[in-house]
Design a protein around this ligand. Sequence first.
Ligand SMILES: *[C@@H]1O[C@H](CO)[C@@H](O)[C@H](O)[C@H]1NC(C)=O
Ligand SMILES: *[C@@H]1O[C@H](CO)[C@@H](O)[C@H](O)[C@H]1NC(C)=O
Ligand SMILES: *[C@@H]1O[C@H](CO)[C@@H](O)[C@H](O)[C@H]1NC(C)=O
Ligand SMILES: *[C@@H]1O[C@H](CO)[C@@H](O)[C@H](O)[C@H]1NC(C)=O
Ligand SMILES: *[C@@H]1O[C@H](CO)[C@@H](O)[C@H](O)[C@H]1NC(C)=O
Ligand SMILES: *[C@@H]1O[C@H](CO)[C@@H](O)[C@H](O)[C@H]1NC(C)=O
Ligand SMILES: *[C@@H]1O[C@H](CO)[C@@H](O)[C@H](O)[C@H]1NC(C)=O
Ligand SMILES: *[C@@H]1O[C@H](CO)[C@@H](O)[C@H](O)[C@H]1NC(C)=O
Ligand SMILES: *[C@@H]1O[C@H](CO)[C@@H](O)[C@H](O)[C@H]1NC(C)=O
Ligand SMILES: *[C@@H]1O[C@H](CO)[C@@H](O)[C@H](O)[C@H]1NC(C)=O
Length: 283
Amino acid sequence: MRFQALLALSCSVGVALASPPHSLAPDVGNWTVGDCILAQFAMEFTVPFPNSSKFFDSHDKAPNSTTFKLDLPVNAVVDKSQRQCGNNTQVLSFDWSSPALNDSAVNLYRNLTVVFAAMNQNDSAVPGYGVRQMYGTFEMARFSQMDPKTNVTMNISSYLDVDTGLLASEHFMFKVPVGRSYLCSDIGQISMYTHLHYDFPDEPKQGQTLMNTTVSALHVQVDAFRTKESPAQGFQIPMDCDYEPNDVVPIVVGAALAILVVVVLVAYLLGRRRSRQRGYQSV
Ligand SMILES: *[C@@H]1O[C@H](CO)[C@@H](O)[C@H](O)[C@H]1NC(C)=O
Ligand SMILES: *[C@@H]1O[C@H](CO)[C@@H](O)[C@H](O)[C@H]1NC(C)=O
Ligand SMILES: *[C@@H]1O[C@H](CO)[C@@H](O)[C@H](O)[C@H]1NC(C)=O
Ligand SMILES: *[C@@H]1O[C@H](CO)[C@@H](O)[C@H](O)[C@H]1NC(C)=O
Ligand SMILES: *[C@@H]1O[C@H](CO)[C@@H](O)[C@H](O)[C@H]1NC(C)=O
Ligand SMILES: *[C@@H]1O[C@H](CO)[C@@H](O)[C@H](O)[C@H]1NC(C)=O
Ligand SMILES: *[C@@H]1O[C@H](CO)[C@@H](O)[C@H](O)[C@H]1NC(C)=O
Ligand SMILES: *[C@@H]1O[C@H](CO)[C@@H](O)[C@H](O)[C@H]1NC(C)=O
Ligand SMILES: *[C@@H]1O[C@H](CO)[C@@H](O)[C@H](O)[C@H]1NC(C)=O
Ligand SMILES: *[C@@H]1O[C@H](CO)[C@@H](O)[C@H](O)[C@H]1NC(C)=O
């Protein structure tokens, strides 16, 4: 009985650690910017529904669902120009459109910007770089509305603005030394501030701050601040995110093991005392 309980506990700990929090179709895109950035990944956004889902193109909204998933398509177009390749910041900027779910004649316009920056020298032992900010705007629905002032029909859109905010150098995402690329099979989740805005002619300018959007990305390899020494084709030597010290998992595993040890010890001591009380010889 006790052994089964222990087994169940350790199994549930194992499952909680092993099961991935999301599933993502591995549609991996490849992008380049000037001769300074190479990037390859599959990315998905899980955005929260606003309290009124009329602002979203989601005709097949699952009942009780509170989120909406949106992928970065592999055919997203990047600004490939060399002017995105600064000495201290480099920008990977995507544009794409997705047909509305309820009307394929309507293409919803979306964009995403990823800003790479050199790290403050005080925050890393060797010159390093990472992602300082990620932000974007997603058109979520388009309405045809009559402007009561002019009786002219116009298109009004609702937009989601997502933004990590400007991160301090020590909190950059995807941190690696200059001259290396960042490699990660699963980045986990990035959280982004989310704001819905729309601009109907007969109502004052409106917006709502929503719950955070979460971003997941799989099969990630990014390489910024490339130099003439970088291989012409392909990435600089990768540094795998799994080698980065990750505080959370060791703590969770350590805590689970500590609890197990205590439980086993207590069970053993109790068992021993009980068997002694019954007069059995302890083994
Ligand atoms: C991106 O590159 C990878 C590896 O080179 C390749 O497997 C994949 O098919 C490419 N994806 C696209 C959309 O070109
Ligand atoms: C939705 O939320 C906004 C702000 O959070 C509020 O002003 C608005 O009245 C809400 N609308 C509905 C239909 O609940
Ligand atoms: C949706 O939520 C309502 C109320 O919380 C519940 O009664 C209903 O069973 C839920 N529907 C589904 C499909 O989960
Ligand atoms: C960027 O660095 C190069 C080489 O070090 C230098 O020639 C150039 O002037 C720098 N550009 C700016 C805008 O600082
Ligand atoms: C509104 O959108 C529709 C469909 O996308 C388009 O055909 C039409 O020209 C647009 N009207 C205006 C005034 O932009
Ligand atoms: C993204 O789209 C929004 C809305 O159309 C636009 O205002 C913004 O300038 C675009 N950003 C970039 C970087 O293209
Ligand atoms: C780095 O640290 C030194 C000493 O603490 C400080 O004087 C300097 O301003 C810092 N540099 C930056 C860029 O923060
Ligand atoms: C699609 O959804 C938008 C937003 O909810 C709505 O304005 C539009 O009329 C819908 N189009 C069709 C063809 O149902
Ligand atoms: C708009 O249409 C309404 C009803 O058809 C009419 O009463 C009004 O005068 C029109 N306004 C303009 C500016 O044409
Ligand atoms: C929302 O995202 C921002 C930016 O990443 C983060 O600082 C903040 O803690 C997040 N808020 C919640 C409730 O997760």
